[in-house]
Ligand binder design. Structure first.
Ligand SMILES: *Cc1c(COP(=O)(O)O)cnc(C)c1O
Length: 373
């Protein structure tokens, strides 16, 4: 059978597998940090109406600049932002890819503080941008001094910061962002995919945008908004950044249906974001319960928790799966990441953890059959 490696594919793509967490058909799915709560019926109906209104016009291309949606997003973010300082695409992954197309590329480099979001190095590779895996200190902490020293050493064209950080869950000290902005020779991208879950008092990098034209804050509707299937991510930055990204975006990249659905969802943001407090409560419960069982747990300001399993994480991952609970092995030896979902999902996860602690981590369990979800 012919495979990609038999084709004249780019050398750096040879032998690779596509990125993505396993999509398995199990009762409790806590592996991709989605919002476990379904879209409320009233919101689903409003989105349906908005989509229906677009259908007769699908013969025409959509608004290429998605101005109405960007104005709505700016209104949601506040901080005095307007549409010209906001840009949207099919998920913040696409936004970040566009940023690398505009500010990275062959002969240029991007730097991130590992462990962080695993898509950042993959987007770098896909855009021909060199990748610098910078380090964090003990307990995954990142101090301003450590960050500054590594940015000074490597002088990357793009620095990725992630706050709250995935997979550790911890929000960044704003002093780190300020310090990196002071020394970075290029763009500084702060990935705030989980901002809505952060504890009261956590400062968003949005507050630092005025006077920093090389700062970009990326956000998404995939997590707190419970809109992962809708694919809508966005950025806030100086209007010059938006103008730069427009040089590389595909024309009409955001379909009329995506724009309409996202606007309807945003109009009902109170209903959609109503689950955030409940999810944060489950997050804090998971942290407390795991610590109560003597496990090490990273502080979390997000909708997930990184914890040390007390053994081989891939064995623990399979053992949880055998109990019907799917979590994420992010490749950190000894650690697993679990999403905070509904109360019932936390119950199921903790019960599975208890069973495994009683049984002990033994032989790998067989994988369940692949689902279609
Ligand atoms: C989930 C996640 C995203 C979201 O990506 P989308 O393309 O918007 O779905 C972005 N950044 C981080 C760190 C994430 O964990």
């Amino acid at each position: 059978m012919t495979g990609p490696d038999d084709l004249p594919i780019r050398d750096e793509l040879r032998g690779l597998s596509p990125y993505g967490a396993p999509q398995l058909d199990v009762p409790v799915r806590l592996n991709t940090n989605e919002n476990s709560h379904p879209v409320p019926e009233a919101v689903a109906e409003a989105i349906g109406k908005a989509l229906t209104a677009e259908l007769r016009d699908l013969n025409r291309y959509p608004d290429r600049d998605a101005v109405a949606l960007r104005a709505d997003l700016a209104g949601y973010l506040g901080h005095g932002l307007t549409a010209d300082g906001v840009w949207a695409a099919n998920g913040s992954n696409e936004v970040q890819q566009q940023l690398l197309q505009a500010f990275g590329g062959p002969g240029r480099s991007a730097l991130g503080f590992t462990p962080a979001y695993s898509m950042h190095p993959l987007l770098a590779r896909g855009t021909g941008t060199g990748w610098v895996p910078a380090r964090r200190g003990a307990d995954f902490a990142l101090t301003a001094d450590e960050a500054v020293a590594q940015v000074r050493e490597h002088r990357p064209d793009v620095v990725f910061l992630c706050s709250p950080n995935n997979p550790t869950g911890t929000a960044l000290d704003p002093a780190v962002i300020d310090a990196v902005l002071d020394v970075a020779p290029g763009m500084v991208v702060v990935d705030e995919a989980y901002a809505e879950f952060a504890r009261p008092g956590t400062v968003s990098a949005l507050a630092v945008l005025p006077g920093h034209p090389r700062l970009v804050v990326t956000r998404t509707m995939s997590k707190a908004f419970g809109f992962a299937g809708g694919r809508l991510g966005y950025l806030a930055a100086d209007p010059a950044v938006v103008a730069a990204v427009q040089l590389v975006r595909l024309p009409y990249h955001l379909s009329a249906l995506t724009q309409a659905a996202a606007r309807a969802a945003l109009a009902h943001r109170d209903a959609l974001l109503a689950t955030v407090a409940e999810i944060a409560e489950q997050r804090d419960r998971i942290v407390t319960e795991l610590r109560g069982r003597g496990l090490r747990v990273a502080d979390s300001d997000a909708n997930f928790v990184l914890y040390e399993v007390g053994g081989d994480q891939s064995v623990a991952w399979r053992a949880l799966l055998a109990h019907g609970v799917l979590v994420r092995d992010v490749g950190l030896p000894g650690w697993l990441r679990v999403t905070a979902g509904t109360r019932a999902e936390t119950d199921a996860f903790l019960a599975a953890v208890d069973s495994i602690q009683r049984e002990g981590l033994t032989a790998p369990q067989p994988l369940p059959t692949k689902g279609t979800s």
